[in-house]
Write a protein that binds this ligand. Structure first.
Ligand code: HEC
Length: 150
């Protein structure tokens, strides 16, 4: 009896250890809003001043993969598999920008709010006023949107 139990304990440890190597932590629900209720209406109604053109998306990519450092956590693929996350396995995992549910449940203004304020208690720290300006944030948001469904 005791032997059986310690054997299943061993199996559990083995499964957890191999999951740690193979998988990232889960991303938090993309359905729950991140903007607090008292600021949500204002954030949701903000409109991007930057038109969605291939040139502007390309500008966003340069910021995402460069000075913005977004790729370090979110990955060049947008899936949350960046080099920094591979190293430390952030929990919750950085948002997977290919997830269509995420795009359906957020306006551009809410993404802007996150870039300005970060998300407390997660690896997502404020980017505006740090590595990027407000203007650059709008370009990066265009690029994030382009990952949908990829
Ligand atoms: C140090 C790691 C790290 C870096 C660098 C980083 N992020 Fe994040 N980001 C995260 C994590 C972790 C989350 C998930 C937080 C959550 O689910 O609440 C996240 C979530 C997000 C979200 C989703 C918020 C939502 O409404 O669900 C957006 C948008 C985002 N990041 C954009 C960016 C952009 C743009 C950059 C670059 C300017 C960037 N992030 C840089 C770790 C990072």
């Amino acid at each position: 009896m005791i032997e059986k139990r310690s054997l299943s304990g061993l199996v559990a440890v083995f499964v957890c250890a191999s999951m740690g190597v193979m998988a990232f932590a889960e991303e938090r629900s993309p359905i729950e809003p991140r903007v607090p209720p008292n600021e949500r209406m204002t954030a949701r109604s903000m409109k991007s001043p930057i038109p969605k053109t291939p040139e502007n998306i390309a500008k966003g990519k340069v910021i995402y993969e460069g000075k913005g450092s977004c790729f370090r956590c979110h990955g060049d693929s947008g899936k949350g598999d960046g080099p920094y996350n591979t190293l430390v396995n952030l929990n919750p995992s950085p948002r997977d920008f290919t997830n269509p549910k995420f795009h359906r449940n957020r306006t551009d203004g809410e993404l802007f709010w996150v870039l300005k304020n970060g998300i407390a208690g997660t690896g997502m720290v404020p980017a505006i006023g740090g590595p990027i300006t407000e203007d650059e944030a709008w370009y990066v948001i265009l690029y994030e949107r382009s990952f949908e469904g990829k």
